[in-house]
Unconditional design. Structure first.
Length: 96
């Protein structure tokens, strides 16, 4: 084993894509809790779409290990019948 250590707070967040528009943040949180303790869960809004959802979200875990587990174990699992993908949330450096 042995892995690279992450900085404080870094690596605890995952990006979830291909969410069904019918899924609420509660649905997402319930689903993602299979991998660990979910501290925060947010579905990105897209005003003007049918359900006001972009079909993707960010989930923050209590630890980076849980986030890694989510990426490993919850990718391609289904939420409301739709297969999702889970990857590391990469924050863009800088920003406007």
């Amino acid at each position: 084993g042995g892995g690279k250590g992450a900085g404080s707070g870094a690596g605890c967040r995952v990006f979830v894509g291909n969410l069904p528009y019918s899924a609420s943040w509660q649905d997402l949180k319930d689903h993602m809790r299979a991998a660990g303790t979910v501290l925060h869960c947010d579905i990105m809004a897209e005003p003007g779409t049918a359900m006001g959802s972009k079909g993707c979200g960010i989930v923050e875990y209590a630890s980076a290990a849980e986030a890694q587990r989510a990426i490993r174990e919850l990718s391609e699992t289904t939420v409301n019948g739709r297969p999702i993908f889970v990857r590391e949330d990469r924050e863009e450096p800088g920003g406007s």
